[in-house]
Structures are given as structure tokens and as C-alpha cells.
Design a protein around this ligand. Structure first.
Ligand code: HEM
Length: 425
């Protein structure tokens, strides 16, 4: 059987001429017009991805929300009709063969329930809140690094290093080893998308390091998150060393590029919407953080880092938005399309930092709802507030047309964001 064909696909494919180009260069720059077209004309559409694998793209808000919470859609790649069990598709390059498969984004209940409960006893909102002063310290350190220059690449100098050092600190990776993580993460972000060469090596090294670190910490527990994972127990159950390593890895991996892009895309949106940015700056100057809080959610809705939710596979025949989905078919929920759906959001293509009615899907929905959302919010709020306060005349140093987007499948983010400002001592 052709692994890319779905028996029900032909009926759902609209006239080819009318279909906008997906996954090309223009699409990477601004996918929203294509998503608007899909939402309107083919809300559940069988699509061949650049990798050659086919999947159903779900683009309407109501369908997206329902799909994310549908227990008949499995996260386990073994349910993919077109792929062998060994060929997991988790969006994590180099993961295959590295024995990191038993992580949250790749499993269903009851295993998911058990692991998520265990990690939740260690990765608590309270631990995240207590981490705020450290995030502020790191943020100031990176701004100090370029403040006197009057210019910076906000991706390379700021959005990229901040989340990696933050999550390393939170996990308890010793300071002297954190530069290795920055290098491994840099390799993964630059070459993400396939389990090739350098990426696979980086993942392997990271895994070997984490296994060793967990082993070492077991004999000398501290109050960091890795020690918390080792200690975590629920009704007498614990994480195995392998599970703890996979958990530390997914926390690093899921929490890294996403946060880079939340900061990068967020600053980009603010710089292109001067009235909104000025209102936020005024609020911050008054010590009012309400607009910062609703604003970070709005930036996530308007141009969030996760364009598509990670893979799901139909375990039985089901119907989504009136479209029949065959057993074994992959389904991709397009969060970026759902969050601009006019059926759910007033003026969805307008940035409104004060938007109140904003149940966006940027962190997903249902049992796989982002575990790191409190940390991501904390980092984004501190990063944006610090930039706008310390560099009040921050501006883009290039024509917006010159900006290049990475064009990955799951993530949406800028390669560089050159900015200029009055130098500060
Ligand atoms: C899951 C988005 C930051 C850890 C998810 C999902 C989304 C998401 C959409 C659900 C995926 C799906 O259902 O297929 C984001 C965004 C972030 C962010 C937009 C930043 C702006 C973080 C951080 C961490 C993290 C900082 C950890 C330190 C996780 C984990 C899961 C997850 C572990 C899997 C949860 C599960 O399957 O039960 N995230 N995330 N994320 N996220 Fe995040």
C-alpha cells in the first residue's frame, strides 16, 4: 500500500489550481493567508508534507480544539499506518535509536497519566515562581552583553541563549557544563528536521550527559528539578533512570526552541505595531503589568512559536469537521490557523495586547497541554519587559522584508532579528 495515500483523501482534495502553495519560501514568511484559505475552503485537508509523508491538516478553531482532546487520536507513532513502529515521528531530530521515546509527547494514557503526574509533583508552578529572580538575572546579563553596542541580533544575542541557560539552571545542570548545552541546542535549532549527522550526534551526547548526571545526582540530591524528578513519587511509584533522562530531555527540547521563538516572534510583532508597543511601554513605566500579562497571551495567539501541534494518529476511523479520517492516518492540528479563526476571535488578524476573551491554542489543549506554560510565560514576560524598559527606543535595523524565517514544519521563528537602539552604559 502507498503509505502516503489515504483512502478518503481524494474526496477532500479541492481543485488543485485554487490551492495556495504550502511550505514554500513565501509561506514560511507569512503562512496566514494560506491558512485563511484552508480554514474557509478545506478545513480538514489531506496534504503531502515536504518530507513526503501525508497528513490531515486541521485548521478551524472548533475542530482543532476537539481534535486535540480526542482520545481516539493517539500520540504513539506505532499507530501510524504508513510508518513502521521503529520510525517514530515526534518532530525531534535524531531521537530515533537514542532511547528517548518514552516521553510525554509520544505516549497515551495510562502511561502518559502516570508520567505526567510524576513530573507534575516536581515541576510545579511554585518552583517556577521561585525561579523568577534567576530569570531576571539571566535576562539582565544578556542585555548587559550588548547594551553598550547600540545594536544586536536579538535572536542570537538574547532569545536563543536565555531559555537554554534558564532551563539548564532549573534542571540543575552545573554551570561549567551549560555551554555544551548551548552548543548542542544551537546545532539542533540550526539543523532541525532530520536525524542526520551533527544533530543525531548532539542528541546522543546530550542523552549520555543527562543519564550520567542523573546517576550522579541520585547519590547527592539537591533542590534542582532533576533531583525533583528522581525524588518524584506517586503512590509508591518512581521514574526509572531512563524515564527521568527522557523527561529531562523533553523538558529541554520542548522548552527551548519554543521559548526562543515566543520571544523572537513577540518582539518582532511589537516592533511592527508601534501603537501597541507604546501602550505596553507606558503601562510598564507606570508599574502596571496587566497589559504585559494579556499581551504575552496575545503575542502567542497572533504569531506563536508552535505552528502545528505535534503528530497524532487515528486509532480507528473517525470524523473531524465532517471529513472521514481513516484508521492509521496522521493528523496535524494547525494551531496558527485555529488561533486566527474569525469564528472564534474578533478581528483575528489584529494585534490587541489588551484582548481578554483569548482562549488561544498556542499551548495546546487537553491532556498534552503544555507542561512548561508557567515557565514560558515567566520568561516571556521578563524578557519583553526588560527589553522595552532598558532599551526604550529599540527598533528594527533592517527592512522587515529582509527578515528570514526558519520554515520548519512544527516551529515558526526568525533566523535573525537585527535591532538598533541608543547605547546604554
Ligand atoms: C507540550 C507549546 C514552552 C514543555 C506543548 C504543546 C504545545 C506547547 C502546543 C502541546 C503539543 C501537542 O499537543 O501536540 C509551547 C509553547 C512554549 C512552550 C508555545 C513557549 C512559548 C515549554 C517549556 C517547557 C515545555 C518552557 C518546559 C520546560 C512541554 C512538555 C509538553 C509540552 C513537556 C508535553 C506535555 C504532554 O504531552 O503532556 N507545549 N511550549 N514547553 N510542552 Fe510546551
Amino acid at each position: 500500500a502507498d503509505p502516503h495515500a489515504s483512502p478518503s483523501a481524494a474526496a477532500a482534495a479541492p481543485a488543485a489550481a485554487a490551492v495556495p502553495e504550502l511550505f514554500g519560501w513565501e509561506f514560511a514568511t507569512d503562512p496566514y493567508p494560506a491558512y485563511a484559505w484552508l480554514r474557509e475552503h478545506a478545513p480538514v485537508r489531506w496534504t503531502e508534507l515536504p518530507s513526503g509523508v501525508g497528513a490531515w491538516l486541521v485548521t478551524r478553531y472548533a475542530d482543532a480544539r476537539e481534535t486535540l482532546a480526542d482520545a481516539r487520536l493517539s500520540k504513539n507513532p506505532a499507530h501510524h499506518a504508513g510508518e513502521s513502529r521503529a520510525k517514530g515521528r515526534t518532530g525531534i531530530p535524531g531521537e530515533r535509536g537514542a532511547d528517548l521515546m518514552t516521553h510525554l509527547l509520544n505516549i497515551d494514557p495510562p502511561d502518559h497519566t502516570r508520567l505526567r503526574r510524576l513530573v507534575s509533583t516536581a515541576f510545579t508552578p511554585r518552583r517556577v515562581a521561585a525561579f523568577a529572580p534567576r530569570v531576571q538575572e539571566l535576562t539582565d546579563r544578556f542585555v548587559d552583553g550588548f547594551a553598550a553596542a547600540g545594536e544586536a541580533d536579538l535572536i542570537h544575542d538574547f532569545a536563543f541563549p536565555l531559555p537554554i541557560y534558564a532551563i539548564c539552571d532549573l534542571l540543575g545542570v552545573p554551570a561549567e557544563d551549560q555551554d555544551d548545552f548551548r552548543d548542542w541546542a544551537g546545532m539542533m535549532i540550526r539543523h532541525g528536521g532530520g536525524p542526520r549527522g551533527g544533530v543525531a550526534r548532539s542528541v546522543k551526547r546530550m542523552r549520555a550527559y543527562l543519564v550520567e548526571l542523573i546517576h550522579r545526582k541520585r547519590g547527592d540530591l539537591g533542590d534542582d528539578l532533576i533531583s525533583g524528578l528522581i525524588r518524584a513519587s506517586d503512590h509508591g511509584e518512581h521514574l526509572t533512570e531512563n524515564e527521568a533522562a527522557a523527561m529531562a530531555f523533553i523538558l529541554l527540547f520542548a522548552g527551548f526552541e519554543t521559548t526562543v521563538n515566543l520571544i523572537g516572534n513577540g518582539v518582532h510583532t511589537l516592533l511592527r505595531h508601534p501603537a501597541q508597543r507604546a501602550a505596553l511601554q507606558d503601562a510598564l513605566a507606570r508599574g502596571d503589568t496587566a497589559l504585559l500579562e494579556t499581551g504575552v497571551e496575545e503575542l502567542l495567539r497572533y504569531d506563536g512559536p508552535v505552528e502545528l501541534a505535534t503528530w497524532r494518529y487515528a486509532t480507528e476511523e473517525t470524523v473531524v469537521g465532517g471529513q472521514r479520517i481513516g484508521a492509521g492516518d496522521p493528523v496535524l492540528v494547525v494551531l496558527a490557523a485555529a488561533d486566527r479563526d474569525p469564528a472564534r476571535f474578533d478581528a483575528p488578524d489584529t494585534v490587541d495586547l489588551a484582548r481578554r476573551d483569548n482562549p488561544h491554542l498556542g499551548y495546546g489543549h487537553g491532556i498534552h497541554y503544555c507542561l512548561g506554560a508557567p515557565l514560558a510565560r515567566l520568561e516571556a514576560r521578563i524578557a519583553l519587559a526588560t527589553l522595552l524598559t532598558r532599551l526604550p527606543d529599540l527598533r528594527m535595523a533592517v527592512d522587515p522584508e529582509e527578515l528570514r524565517w526558519r520554515g520548519g514544519l512544527i516551529m515558526r521563528g526568525l533566523r535573525t532579528l537585527p535591532v538598533a537602539f541608543t547605547p546604554r552604559a
